[in-house]
Design a protein around this ligand. Structure first.
Ligand code: ADP
Ligand code: MG
Length: 507
Protein backbone atom coordinates (compact mmCIF):
# COMPACT_ATOMS: atom_id res chain seq x y z
CA UNK A 1 0.00 0.00 0.00
CA UNK A 2 1.90 2.95 1.14
CA UNK A 3 5.25 1.83 0.05
CA UNK A 4 8.35 3.83 0.05
CA UNK A 5 8.49 7.26 -0.18
CA UNK A 6 10.89 9.87 -0.97
CA UNK A 7 12.22 13.05 0.22
CA UNK A 8 10.56 16.17 -0.91
CA UNK A 9 13.16 18.59 -1.96
CA UNK A 10 10.88 21.44 -1.32
CA UNK A 11 7.56 20.20 -0.25
CA UNK A 12 6.20 23.66 -0.21
CA UNK A 13 3.60 24.75 -2.62
CA UNK A 14 4.20 27.82 -4.64
CA UNK A 15 2.56 30.92 -3.34
CA UNK A 16 -0.99 31.59 -4.41
CA UNK A 17 0.07 34.17 -6.93
CA UNK A 18 2.73 31.97 -8.36
CA UNK A 19 0.31 29.07 -8.52
CA UNK A 20 -1.97 30.85 -10.83
CA UNK A 21 0.47 32.23 -13.27
CA UNK A 22 3.83 30.64 -12.71
CA UNK A 23 5.76 32.28 -15.48
CA UNK A 24 4.47 35.79 -14.98
CA UNK A 25 4.64 35.53 -11.22
CA UNK A 26 8.31 34.74 -11.17
CA UNK A 27 9.18 37.32 -13.72
CA UNK A 28 11.83 34.96 -15.02
CA UNK A 29 13.33 36.21 -18.25
CA UNK A 30 12.51 34.31 -21.41
CA UNK A 31 15.57 32.83 -23.09
CA UNK A 32 16.46 34.83 -26.11
CA UNK A 33 17.54 31.97 -28.30
CA UNK A 34 15.53 28.78 -28.33
CA UNK A 35 17.43 25.65 -27.51
CA UNK A 36 16.29 23.33 -30.24
CA UNK A 37 16.71 19.57 -29.97
CA UNK A 38 18.79 18.03 -32.71
CA UNK A 39 16.89 15.68 -35.04
CA UNK A 40 16.88 12.18 -33.60
CA UNK A 41 17.78 13.41 -30.12
CA UNK A 42 17.10 10.86 -27.38
CA UNK A 43 14.21 11.24 -24.98
CA UNK A 44 16.66 12.03 -22.25
CA UNK A 45 18.19 14.82 -24.25
CA UNK A 46 14.82 16.22 -25.30
CA UNK A 47 13.65 16.15 -21.71
CA UNK A 48 16.81 17.84 -20.50
CA UNK A 49 16.18 20.68 -22.92
CA UNK A 50 12.49 20.91 -22.06
CA UNK A 51 13.38 20.97 -18.39
CA UNK A 52 15.81 23.78 -19.01
CA UNK A 53 13.16 25.71 -20.88
CA UNK A 54 10.70 25.14 -18.03
CA UNK A 55 13.30 26.05 -15.46
CA UNK A 56 13.76 29.38 -17.18
CA UNK A 57 10.07 30.11 -16.70
CA UNK A 58 9.38 29.08 -13.13
CA UNK A 59 10.86 29.79 -9.73
CA UNK A 60 13.52 27.32 -8.53
CA UNK A 61 11.40 25.87 -5.77
CA UNK A 62 8.51 25.35 -8.15
CA UNK A 63 10.80 23.58 -10.51
CA UNK A 64 12.20 21.40 -7.74
CA UNK A 65 8.78 20.48 -6.45
CA UNK A 66 7.02 19.73 -9.69
CA UNK A 67 9.53 18.98 -12.40
CA UNK A 68 12.67 17.49 -11.00
CA UNK A 69 11.31 14.00 -10.71
CA UNK A 70 9.32 14.01 -13.91
CA UNK A 71 10.63 12.27 -17.01
CA UNK A 72 9.76 12.13 -20.67
CA UNK A 73 7.89 8.92 -21.25
CA UNK A 74 7.21 9.26 -24.95
CA UNK A 75 7.51 11.73 -27.77
CA UNK A 76 6.39 11.57 -31.41
CA UNK A 77 5.19 13.97 -34.05
CA UNK A 78 1.83 14.37 -32.39
CA UNK A 79 2.31 13.88 -28.69
CA UNK A 80 4.55 14.39 -25.74
CA UNK A 81 3.87 12.21 -22.71
CA UNK A 82 5.39 13.07 -19.38
CA UNK A 83 5.72 10.62 -16.52
CA UNK A 84 5.19 12.02 -13.04
CA UNK A 85 5.43 10.38 -9.66
CA UNK A 86 1.84 10.55 -8.53
CA UNK A 87 -1.66 11.61 -9.34
CA UNK A 88 -1.49 14.73 -7.27
CA UNK A 89 1.56 16.02 -9.13
CA UNK A 90 -0.15 15.26 -12.39
CA UNK A 91 -3.22 17.27 -11.47
CA UNK A 92 -1.17 20.11 -10.18
CA UNK A 93 1.03 20.31 -13.24
CA UNK A 94 -1.96 20.07 -15.54
CA UNK A 95 -3.73 22.86 -13.72
CA UNK A 96 -0.89 25.27 -13.39
CA UNK A 97 1.94 24.46 -15.71
CA UNK A 98 0.39 23.21 -18.94
CA UNK A 99 1.09 26.45 -20.75
CA UNK A 100 4.64 26.63 -19.49
CA UNK A 101 5.33 23.10 -20.68
CA UNK A 102 3.68 23.70 -24.02
CA UNK A 103 5.84 26.75 -24.59
CA UNK A 104 8.92 24.79 -23.62
CA UNK A 105 8.00 22.04 -26.06
CA UNK A 106 7.56 24.46 -28.92
CA UNK A 107 10.91 25.95 -28.04
CA UNK A 108 12.70 22.61 -28.02
CA UNK A 109 10.86 20.66 -30.72
CA UNK A 110 9.90 23.50 -32.99
CA UNK A 111 6.18 22.75 -33.01
CA UNK A 112 3.42 22.08 -30.53
CA UNK A 113 2.35 18.61 -29.43
CA UNK A 114 -0.56 17.26 -27.47
CA UNK A 115 0.51 17.02 -23.87
CA UNK A 116 -0.24 13.79 -21.99
CA UNK A 117 0.68 12.45 -18.60
CA UNK A 118 1.27 9.10 -17.10
CA UNK A 119 1.80 8.31 -13.44
CA UNK A 120 4.82 6.21 -12.61
CA UNK A 121 5.23 5.74 -8.89
CA UNK A 122 8.76 4.43 -9.36
CA UNK A 123 9.86 7.96 -10.03
CA UNK A 124 9.34 8.67 -6.40
CA UNK A 125 11.88 6.08 -5.56
CA UNK A 126 14.60 6.35 -8.09
CA UNK A 127 15.14 9.98 -8.66
CA UNK A 128 17.76 11.54 -6.49
CA UNK A 129 17.02 13.36 -3.33
CA UNK A 130 17.17 16.99 -4.10
CA UNK A 131 19.11 19.15 -1.77
CA UNK A 132 17.38 22.34 -0.78
CA UNK A 133 18.91 25.35 -2.39
CA UNK A 134 19.48 28.52 -0.40
CA UNK A 135 16.64 30.14 -2.31
CA UNK A 136 14.25 27.58 -0.87
CA UNK A 137 14.58 29.20 2.49
CA UNK A 138 12.94 32.33 1.18
CA UNK A 139 10.15 30.38 -0.38
CA UNK A 140 8.23 28.97 2.49
CA UNK A 141 4.69 28.12 1.51
CA UNK A 142 2.53 31.17 1.65
CA UNK A 143 -0.07 31.23 4.39
CA UNK A 144 -2.50 32.40 1.78
CA UNK A 145 -1.93 29.39 -0.42
CA UNK A 146 -5.11 28.35 -2.15
CA UNK A 147 -6.88 25.87 0.13
CA UNK A 148 -7.12 22.48 -1.39
CA UNK A 149 -10.70 21.25 -1.56
CA UNK A 150 -9.68 17.82 -0.32
CA UNK A 151 -8.38 19.22 2.90
CA UNK A 152 -10.65 22.18 3.22
CA UNK A 153 -13.77 20.07 3.12
CA UNK A 154 -13.32 18.24 6.38
CA UNK A 155 -11.53 21.00 8.16
CA UNK A 156 -9.67 18.68 10.50
CA UNK A 157 -6.02 17.91 10.77
CA UNK A 158 -5.72 16.34 7.35
CA UNK A 159 -2.35 16.58 5.74
CA UNK A 160 -1.44 19.29 3.38
CA UNK A 161 -1.74 17.46 0.08
CA UNK A 162 1.46 19.01 -1.15
CA UNK A 163 3.21 17.15 1.61
CA UNK A 164 1.21 14.00 1.28
CA UNK A 165 1.87 13.64 -2.36
CA UNK A 166 5.58 13.95 -2.00
CA UNK A 167 6.18 11.84 1.02
CA UNK A 168 3.52 9.30 0.19
CA UNK A 169 1.82 9.35 3.56
CA UNK A 170 -1.66 8.20 4.31
CA UNK A 171 -3.55 11.36 5.25
CA UNK A 172 -5.48 9.48 7.92
CA UNK A 173 -2.34 8.57 9.82
CA UNK A 174 -1.88 11.58 12.06
CA UNK A 175 -1.31 11.93 15.78
CA UNK A 176 -4.74 13.53 15.94
CA UNK A 177 -6.35 10.38 14.62
CA UNK A 178 -4.43 8.10 16.92
CA UNK A 179 -6.33 6.91 19.97
CA UNK A 180 -4.03 6.84 22.97
CA UNK A 181 -4.45 4.24 25.70
CA UNK A 182 -2.28 2.45 28.23
CA UNK A 183 -1.08 0.01 25.54
CA UNK A 184 0.43 2.65 23.32
CA UNK A 185 0.83 5.74 25.50
CA UNK A 186 4.57 5.43 25.74
CA UNK A 187 5.06 4.67 22.05
CA UNK A 188 2.89 7.64 21.16
CA UNK A 189 4.76 9.99 23.49
CA UNK A 190 8.08 8.84 22.11
CA UNK A 191 6.94 9.39 18.53
CA UNK A 192 5.73 12.88 19.39
CA UNK A 193 9.05 13.55 21.13
CA UNK A 194 11.07 12.38 18.15
CA UNK A 195 8.99 14.60 15.87
CA UNK A 196 9.61 17.60 18.09
CA UNK A 197 13.33 17.13 18.44
CA UNK A 198 14.56 14.96 15.62
CA UNK A 199 18.06 13.66 16.17
CA UNK A 200 17.98 14.61 19.82
CA UNK A 201 15.17 13.09 21.78
CA UNK A 202 15.56 9.42 21.00
CA UNK A 203 17.95 8.24 18.38
CA UNK A 204 17.28 5.75 17.04
CA UNK A 205 13.65 5.38 17.94
CA UNK A 206 12.77 1.71 17.67
CA UNK A 207 9.11 0.78 17.88
CA UNK A 208 8.03 -2.84 17.98
CA UNK A 209 4.82 -4.74 18.36
CA UNK A 210 2.76 -7.30 16.55
CA UNK A 211 0.82 -6.72 13.41
CA UNK A 212 -2.08 -4.28 13.24
CA UNK A 213 -1.29 -2.35 16.40
CA UNK A 214 -0.52 1.04 14.88
CA UNK A 215 3.22 1.06 14.15
CA UNK A 216 2.83 2.36 10.62
CA UNK A 217 0.23 4.83 11.82
CA UNK A 218 2.64 6.25 14.39
CA UNK A 219 5.59 6.36 12.02
CA UNK A 220 3.61 8.24 9.42
CA UNK A 221 2.19 10.60 12.03
CA UNK A 222 5.74 11.35 13.04
CA UNK A 223 6.71 12.15 9.44
CA UNK A 224 3.69 14.35 9.03
CA UNK A 225 4.36 16.23 12.26
CA UNK A 226 7.95 16.81 11.17
CA UNK A 227 6.83 18.20 7.86
CA UNK A 228 4.27 20.38 9.54
CA UNK A 229 6.91 21.88 11.75
CA UNK A 230 9.37 22.27 8.95
CA UNK A 231 8.32 21.51 5.39
CA UNK A 232 11.95 21.50 4.33
CA UNK A 233 12.82 18.47 6.42
CA UNK A 234 14.24 15.83 4.15
CA UNK A 235 12.45 12.70 5.20
CA UNK A 236 12.84 9.32 3.67
CA UNK A 237 9.96 7.13 4.75
CA UNK A 238 9.90 3.65 3.31
CA UNK A 239 9.23 0.04 4.05
CA UNK A 240 12.23 -2.14 4.67
CA UNK A 241 11.15 -4.23 1.74
CA UNK A 242 11.60 -1.22 -0.51
CA UNK A 243 15.04 -0.66 0.94
CA UNK A 244 15.95 -4.27 0.19
CA UNK A 245 14.58 -4.15 -3.34
CA UNK A 246 16.20 -0.88 -4.06
CA UNK A 247 19.52 -2.14 -2.76
CA UNK A 248 19.32 -5.26 -4.91
CA UNK A 249 18.55 -3.28 -8.02
CA UNK A 250 21.35 -0.82 -7.22
CA UNK A 251 23.73 -3.78 -6.99
CA UNK A 252 22.50 -5.19 -10.27
CA UNK A 253 22.72 -1.88 -12.07
CA UNK A 254 25.99 -0.77 -10.55
CA UNK A 255 24.19 2.24 -9.06
CA UNK A 256 25.42 1.85 -5.53
CA UNK A 257 26.70 5.37 -5.32
CA UNK A 258 23.37 6.82 -6.27
CA UNK A 259 21.68 4.51 -3.80
CA UNK A 260 23.99 5.66 -1.03
CA UNK A 261 23.53 9.30 -1.85
CA UNK A 262 19.83 8.86 -1.62
CA UNK A 263 19.78 7.12 1.72
CA UNK A 264 22.60 8.93 3.42
CA UNK A 265 21.61 12.42 2.48
CA UNK A 266 18.48 12.91 4.55
CA UNK A 267 17.52 14.51 7.83
CA UNK A 268 15.25 11.73 8.94
CA UNK A 269 15.23 8.11 7.83
CA UNK A 270 12.12 6.15 8.73
CA UNK A 271 12.11 2.44 7.90
CA UNK A 272 8.94 0.50 8.53
CA UNK A 273 9.12 -3.24 9.24
CA UNK A 274 12.88 -3.44 9.71
CA UNK A 275 12.53 -7.12 10.71
CA UNK A 276 12.50 -7.78 6.98
CA UNK A 277 16.30 -7.51 7.25
CA UNK A 278 16.27 -11.01 8.78
CA UNK A 279 18.40 -13.39 6.75
CA UNK A 280 19.55 -10.66 4.38
CA UNK A 281 23.20 -10.38 5.13
CA UNK A 282 24.30 -7.96 2.46
CA UNK A 283 21.43 -5.62 3.01
CA UNK A 284 22.18 -5.67 6.72
CA UNK A 285 25.72 -4.70 5.91
CA UNK A 286 24.54 -1.83 3.76
CA UNK A 287 22.02 -0.71 6.33
CA UNK A 288 24.73 -0.75 8.96
CA UNK A 289 26.71 1.81 6.99
CA UNK A 290 23.63 3.89 6.23
CA UNK A 291 22.83 3.88 9.91
CA UNK A 292 26.33 4.92 10.93
CA UNK A 293 26.53 7.74 8.43
CA UNK A 294 23.22 9.20 9.49
CA UNK A 295 23.76 8.65 13.16
CA UNK A 296 27.16 10.30 13.13
CA UNK A 297 25.68 13.27 11.35
CA UNK A 298 23.07 13.60 14.10
CA UNK A 299 20.21 12.60 11.82
CA UNK A 300 17.12 10.97 13.22
CA UNK A 301 16.53 7.29 12.55
CA UNK A 302 13.15 5.71 13.21
CA UNK A 303 12.50 2.00 12.87
CA UNK A 304 9.54 -0.29 13.39
CA UNK A 305 9.58 -4.04 13.73
CA UNK A 306 7.37 -6.96 14.65
CA UNK A 307 9.82 -7.94 17.39
CA UNK A 308 12.50 -6.35 19.55
CA UNK A 309 15.98 -6.02 18.00
CA UNK A 310 17.49 -9.08 19.61
CA UNK A 311 14.67 -11.31 18.42
CA UNK A 312 15.02 -10.48 14.75
CA UNK A 313 16.48 -13.69 13.32
CA UNK A 314 20.10 -13.48 12.18
CA UNK A 315 20.29 -9.74 12.76
CA UNK A 316 23.96 -8.89 13.13
CA UNK A 317 24.94 -8.19 16.69
CA UNK A 318 26.29 -4.77 15.82
CA UNK A 319 22.92 -3.79 14.36
CA UNK A 320 21.11 -5.19 17.38
CA UNK A 321 23.25 -3.06 19.65
CA UNK A 322 22.83 0.05 17.53
CA UNK A 323 19.09 -0.36 17.43
CA UNK A 324 19.17 -0.29 21.20
CA UNK A 325 21.27 2.83 21.50
CA UNK A 326 18.26 5.09 21.59
CA UNK A 327 14.79 4.21 22.72
CA UNK A 328 13.26 0.79 22.18
CA UNK A 329 9.59 0.75 22.97
CA UNK A 330 6.78 -1.70 22.54
CA UNK A 331 3.27 -1.07 21.38
CA UNK A 332 0.97 -3.55 23.05
CA UNK A 333 -2.44 -4.92 22.17
CA UNK A 334 -5.15 -2.47 23.18
CA UNK A 335 -7.11 -2.97 26.36
CA UNK A 336 -10.89 -3.10 26.30
CA UNK A 337 -11.45 0.61 26.90
CA UNK A 338 -9.00 1.56 24.17
CA UNK A 339 -10.71 -0.84 21.79
CA UNK A 340 -14.02 0.81 22.56
CA UNK A 341 -12.54 4.25 21.99
CA UNK A 342 -11.02 3.15 18.69
CA UNK A 343 -14.31 1.66 17.54
CA UNK A 344 -16.12 4.86 18.33
CA UNK A 345 -13.51 6.95 16.59
CA UNK A 346 -13.40 4.80 13.48
CA UNK A 347 -17.16 4.73 13.11
CA UNK A 348 -17.38 8.49 13.53
CA UNK A 349 -14.70 8.87 10.87
CA UNK A 350 -17.01 6.92 8.60
CA UNK A 351 -19.89 9.19 9.43
CA UNK A 352 -21.86 6.76 11.60
CA UNK A 353 -22.30 5.97 15.26
CA UNK A 354 -22.19 2.38 16.36
CA UNK A 355 -24.57 1.62 19.22
CA UNK A 356 -22.83 0.81 22.50
CA UNK A 357 -24.16 -2.71 22.56
CA UNK A 358 -22.60 -3.44 19.19
CA UNK A 359 -19.35 -1.71 20.05
CA UNK A 360 -19.10 -3.82 23.20
CA UNK A 361 -19.66 -6.95 21.21
CA UNK A 362 -16.89 -6.09 18.78
CA UNK A 363 -14.50 -4.92 21.50
CA UNK A 364 -15.00 -8.17 23.37
CA UNK A 365 -14.50 -10.38 20.40
CA UNK A 366 -11.66 -8.67 18.59
CA UNK A 367 -8.96 -8.07 21.10
CA UNK A 368 -5.57 -8.34 19.51
CA UNK A 369 -5.51 -6.45 16.25
CA UNK A 370 -6.68 -2.91 15.59
CA UNK A 371 -6.70 -3.45 11.87
CA UNK A 372 -9.29 -6.18 12.37
CA UNK A 373 -11.30 -3.95 14.63
CA UNK A 374 -11.30 -1.29 11.96
CA UNK A 375 -12.13 -3.88 9.30
CA UNK A 376 -15.16 -4.95 11.31
CA UNK A 377 -16.42 -1.37 11.56
CA UNK A 378 -15.90 -0.81 7.85
CA UNK A 379 -17.72 -3.98 6.94
CA UNK A 380 -20.61 -3.37 9.27
CA UNK A 381 -21.13 0.23 8.27
CA UNK A 382 -20.65 -0.62 4.61
CA UNK A 383 -23.27 -3.33 4.84
CA UNK A 384 -25.68 -1.11 6.70
CA UNK A 385 -25.24 1.76 4.23
CA UNK A 386 -25.79 -0.57 1.34
CA UNK A 387 -28.87 -2.35 2.60
CA UNK A 388 -30.34 0.28 4.90
CA UNK A 389 -30.31 -2.23 7.77
CA UNK A 390 -29.86 -0.82 11.26
CA UNK A 391 -26.60 -1.55 13.00
CA UNK A 392 -27.61 -4.04 15.65
CA UNK A 393 -25.91 -6.84 17.53
CA UNK A 394 -27.76 -9.28 15.35
CA UNK A 395 -26.53 -7.67 12.17
CA UNK A 396 -22.99 -7.69 13.55
CA UNK A 397 -23.21 -11.40 14.35
CA UNK A 398 -24.43 -12.09 10.90
CA UNK A 399 -22.18 -9.83 8.86
CA UNK A 400 -19.03 -10.50 10.84
CA UNK A 401 -19.34 -14.21 11.30
CA UNK A 402 -16.12 -15.00 9.45
CA UNK A 403 -14.12 -12.46 11.29
CA UNK A 404 -15.25 -13.74 14.63
CA UNK A 405 -14.52 -17.29 13.70
CA UNK A 406 -11.01 -16.45 12.62
CA UNK A 407 -10.36 -14.49 15.74
CA UNK A 408 -11.20 -17.43 17.95
CA UNK A 409 -7.97 -19.16 17.05
CA UNK A 410 -9.55 -20.50 13.86
CA UNK A 411 -10.44 -24.09 14.75
CA UNK A 412 -8.94 -26.56 12.32
CA UNK A 413 -10.65 -29.39 10.48
CA UNK A 414 -9.07 -31.73 13.00
CA UNK A 415 -10.67 -29.81 15.86
CA UNK A 416 -14.03 -30.12 14.19
CA UNK A 417 -13.67 -33.81 13.56
CA UNK A 418 -12.59 -34.34 17.15
CA UNK A 419 -15.78 -32.91 18.64
CA UNK A 420 -18.05 -34.53 16.07
CA UNK A 421 -16.54 -38.01 16.22
CA UNK A 422 -16.60 -37.92 19.99
CA UNK A 423 -20.30 -37.20 20.00
CA UNK A 424 -21.28 -39.73 17.34
CA UNK A 425 -18.82 -42.40 18.28
CA UNK A 426 -17.44 -42.71 14.77
CA UNK A 427 -13.82 -42.68 13.68
CA UNK A 428 -12.05 -40.13 11.53
CA UNK A 429 -11.13 -42.90 9.12
CA UNK A 430 -14.82 -43.64 8.72
CA UNK A 431 -15.64 -40.02 7.97
CA UNK A 432 -12.93 -40.11 5.36
CA UNK A 433 -14.02 -43.45 3.90
CA UNK A 434 -16.49 -44.12 1.11
CA UNK A 435 -19.07 -45.34 3.63
CA UNK A 436 -22.46 -43.76 3.06
CA UNK A 437 -24.57 -45.29 5.77
CA UNK A 438 -26.47 -42.71 7.72
CA UNK A 439 -24.44 -43.37 10.87
CA UNK A 440 -21.35 -42.10 9.07
CA UNK A 441 -22.78 -39.81 6.41
CA UNK A 442 -24.64 -37.59 8.86
CA UNK A 443 -21.70 -36.77 11.14
CA UNK A 444 -19.63 -36.27 8.02
CA UNK A 445 -22.16 -33.79 6.69
CA UNK A 446 -22.31 -31.98 10.00
CA UNK A 447 -18.53 -31.75 10.04
CA UNK A 448 -18.60 -30.28 6.55
CA UNK A 449 -21.26 -27.80 7.55
CA UNK A 450 -19.26 -26.66 10.56
CA UNK A 451 -16.07 -26.46 8.54
CA UNK A 452 -17.84 -24.19 6.12
CA UNK A 453 -19.10 -21.96 8.90
CA UNK A 454 -15.96 -21.47 10.91
CA UNK A 455 -12.95 -22.12 8.75
CA UNK A 456 -11.76 -20.41 5.64
CA UNK A 457 -11.33 -23.64 3.73
CA UNK A 458 -12.91 -23.80 0.31
CA UNK A 459 -15.52 -26.39 -0.64
CA UNK A 460 -12.80 -28.25 -2.51
CA UNK A 461 -10.48 -28.31 0.44
CA UNK A 462 -13.16 -29.55 2.75
CA UNK A 463 -14.19 -32.23 0.27
CA UNK A 464 -10.56 -33.24 -0.08
CA UNK A 465 -10.18 -33.64 3.65
CA UNK A 466 -13.24 -35.86 3.91
CA UNK A 467 -12.00 -38.60 1.63
CA UNK A 468 -11.46 -36.75 -1.63
CA UNK A 469 -15.07 -35.76 -2.20
CA UNK A 470 -15.86 -33.04 -4.66
CA UNK A 471 -17.16 -29.58 -3.92
CA UNK A 472 -20.76 -30.33 -4.87
CA UNK A 473 -20.91 -33.02 -2.19
CA UNK A 474 -19.83 -30.47 0.39
CA UNK A 475 -22.29 -27.92 -0.89
CA UNK A 476 -25.07 -30.46 -0.68
CA UNK A 477 -24.07 -31.32 2.89
CA UNK A 478 -24.02 -27.66 3.92
CA UNK A 479 -27.48 -27.09 2.50
CA UNK A 480 -28.90 -30.25 3.91
CA UNK A 481 -27.63 -29.67 7.44
CA UNK A 482 -28.93 -26.10 7.28
CA UNK A 483 -32.38 -27.39 6.38
CA UNK A 484 -32.39 -30.09 9.02
CA UNK A 485 -31.35 -27.54 11.61
CA UNK A 486 -34.35 -25.44 10.72
CA UNK A 487 -36.80 -28.27 10.93
CA UNK A 488 -35.32 -30.22 13.82
CA UNK A 489 -34.63 -28.31 17.06
CA UNK A 490 -32.49 -31.15 18.43
CA UNK A 491 -30.14 -31.01 15.51
CA UNK A 492 -30.11 -27.25 15.76
CA UNK A 493 -29.13 -27.44 19.36
CA UNK A 494 -26.47 -30.03 18.74
CA UNK A 495 -24.83 -28.11 15.89
CA UNK A 496 -24.88 -24.77 17.68
CA UNK A 497 -23.43 -26.63 20.64
CA UNK A 498 -20.53 -27.80 18.45
CA UNK A 499 -20.04 -24.29 17.16
CA UNK A 500 -19.95 -22.90 20.66
CA UNK A 501 -17.54 -25.57 21.78
CA UNK A 502 -15.20 -24.81 18.89
CA UNK A 503 -15.46 -21.05 18.97
CA UNK A 504 -15.85 -20.26 22.62
CA UNK A 505 -18.99 -18.65 24.01
CA UNK A 506 -21.38 -17.75 21.24
CA UNK A 507 -21.98 -14.08 20.60
P1 ADP B 1 0.99 -2.00 12.10
O1 ADP B 1 1.85 -1.16 11.25
O2 ADP B 1 1.43 -2.08 13.52
O3 ADP B 1 0.74 -3.37 11.52
P2 ADP B 1 -1.01 -0.06 11.38
O4 ADP B 1 -0.33 1.18 11.80
O5 ADP B 1 -1.05 -0.36 9.93
O6 ADP B 1 -0.44 -1.32 12.17
O7 ADP B 1 -2.49 -0.02 11.99
C1 ADP B 1 -3.53 -0.82 11.50
C2 ADP B 1 -4.79 0.01 11.43
O8 ADP B 1 -5.24 0.29 12.73
C3 ADP B 1 -4.59 1.33 10.74
O9 ADP B 1 -5.69 1.62 9.94
C4 ADP B 1 -4.49 2.33 11.87
O10 ADP B 1 -5.00 3.59 11.52
C5 ADP B 1 -5.33 1.68 12.93
N1 ADP B 1 -4.84 1.99 14.28
C6 ADP B 1 -3.88 1.35 14.96
N2 ADP B 1 -3.71 1.88 16.17
C7 ADP B 1 -4.58 2.90 16.27
C8 ADP B 1 -4.90 3.84 17.29
N3 ADP B 1 -4.28 3.83 18.47
N4 ADP B 1 -5.86 4.74 17.02
C9 ADP B 1 -6.50 4.75 15.85
N5 ADP B 1 -6.26 3.89 14.86
C10 ADP B 1 -5.31 2.98 15.05
MG1 MG C 1 2.80 -1.60 9.46
Amino acid sequence: MHEIEPVPATSSRPSAAADARPSEATGAPRPLAATRAAPGASNTEVWRLVQNAVRARVAPEQFATWFRRATLDHVDEARVRLAVQNQFTREWIQSYYTRVIEEAIVEVLGSSRALEFVVNSELVLFNPVATPSPSDAQNQPAQTARPDPRTASNGNAAHDPALVSDVGLNPKYTFDNFVVGPCNRFAHAAAVGAAEQPGHAYNPFFLHGSVGLGKTHLLQSLCFALLQRNPKTRILYLSCETFVNHFISALENGDLQKFRNKYRNVDVLVVDDIHVLANKERTQEEFFHTFNTLYQAGKQIVLSSDSPPKEIPTLQERLVSRFRWGLVTEIEPPCYETRMAILKRKSREKGREIPDEVARLLAERIDSNIRELEGAVTKLIGYSNLTGANITAELARDVLRDLFAVRRGAPSLDDIVTVVTERFGVKLSELQSRKRTNAVAFPRQISMYIARQITRHSLEEIGGFFGGRDHSTVLYAVEKVGEVMESDPDVHEMVTGFLGQLQGPSI
